[in-house]
Ligand binder design. Structure first.
Ligand SMILES: Cc1cc2nc3c(=O)[nH]c(=O)nc-3n(C[C@H](O)[C@H](O)[C@H](O)COP(=O)(O)OP(=O)(O)OC[C@H]3O[C@@H](n4cnc5c(N)ncnc54)[C@H](O)[C@@H]3O)c2cc1C
Length: 584
């Protein structure tokens, strides 16, 4: 029998009839290798006019892929184009999950690097197709496909999912596969193919009640999002890419009038000695938002992936003199531009001047109510992405919807005001301009040196944190605090700028962050369950630019039983009900 190649696996795993017209189709490849099978599936997806709206491909590998090997043996120019696109997004692929996005976000590759058992354990989705290692040695007795790993694989299969595997592997694994619920085909043909197609049809009912089990995908329908800042707009765009009709309501007449009206902000990973959840989430978030900025915004005008220098001028647990760190995957983005771009996606509609004062569930639909109790809109799903406005809204409607008052009564969300100081280059002294770095600098405070504004380039320095329970010292005191931070971060710049700060020539932008108890966002269902239709996506804290796109992808993945963009244990750190054993 001839050695099977990627097209044999493709034929066995992908039947055009199975994925035709689906909203999402999810494929798990247990041995990503040099991506041959991924490229074959990508190519088939592009060629099929009845392709699924979103194709998820999850590739598992023990080591980061070596992209130099990828183009070898690629006869078709189209496939070489895919390799080039993949290589472009493949910066900093260490151990862990990495979400790469192609075809305007409709083809999503989740590269998972590490030990097979851990990678399987960290998945939470329902696969439509599973590709087993093409290397027959992997199925030999005592090698990687033992009963426990096949069980872990079966846990990810939806009923009817296809498993494509080598015929010789199937012979070796037949008893284990059958025990786990895979049905093997009878071999009747005269010319048996080298790759066969088993199907997941266990004789027992699949339980979705145990902790960590994946909730079946919600039917794609309508959603109302409350809040048109980074959190709401990113949720709206992520759902619309998956076919949802999304109405975004905001109290303000136009989008991005809350914290997301910040003129420009840093997009940079958080760094910690123990690589804590925030550090890992921030790396995943930076990758996602820079992909979005690249696809939707004008580089140099609305964003730039300049890289960011991280300095340690004492404090934050680092000794003075700690060498600076360079983040190549980082930069700055104008939040309002990104919000507008997300709201402009097909399937999203924005309506301003709508203050949501109540929520009511009636015959399976959520109604969002105005102050007079009139319904402004209704949908099967509602997402509250209205930052600090979440708690008063839930408190107001907890009498009518008792399940909501538990959350409303908790002091979960806090408001932390702050100020950024900024000025046009034209208004700044020449000596200061000569000291501006070419890229943003982050540390104790931050500096964005060159952000294009309507009247010319500007620098921005920030930002202050005003505790909610202390009296506000006023704009000039906040400027003073920002200058003090700048003096530690970039003393050679702070000195020539000091007279500008003293004479009131520096401008102020003020806003309020919405912060949770542990400083991580809250994403998840409110009330009684995932399918009850009321979700929260809030508490972006000081990092809405870095985290909003990630939160939106986590929410959309949980609604669609799709692969998570990060490990399940990491996504749990974002879950609104993260304290409960049932969380994610
Ligand atoms: C000084 C400062 C500096 C910052 N710097 C950075 C930075 O460098 N990088 C970074 O990533 N982040 C930064 N941030 C944080 C960032 O601005 C926020 O995390 C982000 O904008 C939050 O987005 P959001 O959509 O959750 O909230 P918002 O943008 O505040 O949006 C909430 C929306 O909900 C609406 N709303 C509220 N209640 C209702 C209601 N009942 N009905 C209808 N609509 C309602 C509001 O009108 C508002 O438009 C900074 C924040 C501050 C204050």
């Amino acid at each position: 029998m001839a050695e099977p190649d990627a097209s044999d696996f493709l034929r066995a795993a992908v039947s055009p009839a199975a994925w035709a017209g689906q909203n999402a189709w999810r494929c798990l490849d247990t041995a990503f290798g040099n991506g041959q099978q991924f490229f074959a599936v990508w190519d088939a997806w592009c060629r099929d006019e009845h392709r699924p709206r979103v194709l998820h491909y999850v590739g598992l590998c023990a080591e980061p892929p070596r992209f130099d090997d990828f183009a070898q043996g690629m006869a078709q120019p189209a496939l070489r184009g895919f390799v080039a696109q993949l290589r472009q997004q493949s910066l900093d692929l260490g151990a862990g999950f990495h979400r790469l996005s192609f075809e305007n976000g409709h083809l999503l590759l989740t590269l998972c690097i590490g030990d097979l058992s851990s990678l399987l354990r960290e998945q939470r989705f329902q696969a439509d197709a599973l590709l087993l290692d093409p290397d027959p040695a992997m199925a030999a007795p005592g090698s990687r496909w033992d009963l426990w790993r096949v069980k872990a694989l079966a846990r990810l299969a939806c009923r009817g999912a296809v498993l494509a595997l080598r015929r010789d592997t199937a012979v070796l694994l037949r008893p284990v596969l059958q025990q786990c619920g895979f049905v093997m085909p009878e071999n009747r043909g005269p010319e048996p193919s080298a790759v066969i197609r088993a199907e997941f049809h266990p004789a027992w009912a699949l339980k979705s009640s145990r902790p960590g089990a994946v909730t079946p995908a919600l039917p794609v329908s309508r959603c109302v999002v409350v809040g048109a800042g980074l959190a709401g707009a990113s949720v709206a765009a992520a759902l619309a890419r998956r076919g949802w009709q999304v109405l975004v309501l905001d109290a303000s007449p136009s989008p991005a009038q809350g914290a997301s009206s910040l003129p420009a902000g840093l997009v940079v990973p958080h760094v910690s000695v123990d690589d804590c959840s925030l550090s890992r989430l921030s790396r995943a978030g930076v990758r996602l938002v820079l992909q979005q900025a690249q696809a939707l915004l004008l580089r140099g005008q609305d964003w730039d992936g300049t890289g960011v220098e991280q300095r340690y001028p004492g404090g934050n647990g680092h000794a003075p003199g700690t060498p600076a760190l360079w983040h190549a995957q980082a930069g700055w983005v104008k939040p309002a531009s990104l919000v507008r771009a997300w709201l402009a996606q097909p399937g999203v509609r924005f309506q301003g001047g709508c203050t949501v004062a109540g929520l009511q569930r009636h015959h399976g639909l959520w109604h969002v109510l105005d102050a007079a109790g009139q319904s402004m809109a209704c949908a099967e799903q509602v997402v509250l992405a209205n930052a600090i406005g979440v708690a008063p809204l839930l408190a107001a409607c907890s009498a009518a919807e008792p399940g909501l008052d538990t959350f409303a009564r908790q002091p979960t969300l806090t408001k932390v005001d702050g100020q950024v100081s900024w000025a046009l280059h034209n208004d700044s002294p020449a000596l200061a301009l000569s000291q501006l770095p070419d890229f943003p600098v982050n540390g104790a405070g931050s500096l964005l040196p060159r952000v294009p504004m309507p009247s010319g380039p500007a620098w921005l320095a920030g930002a202050t944190y005003q505790p909610n329970d202390e009296p506000d010292p006023g704009e000039q005191a906040h400027h003073g605090a920002n200058l003090a931070r700048l003096a530690r971060l970039l003393p050679v710049l702070a000195e020539p700028l000091a007279p500008m700060f003293a004479s009131g020539q520096v401008q102020a932008w003020r806003g309020s962050r919405c912060v949770s108890g542990d400083r991580l966002p809250l994403v998840g269902p409110l009330g009684t369950g995932v399918d009850q239709g009321l979700w929260l996506c809030a508490a972006m804290g000081s990092r809405g630019l870095t985290l909003a796109a990630l939160c939106a992808e986590v929410l959309a993945a949980r609604w669609g039983a799709e692969p998570l963009p990060v490990e399940a244990s990491l996504a749990r750190a974002l879950a609104a009900d993260r304290g409960k054993p049932s969380a994610l």
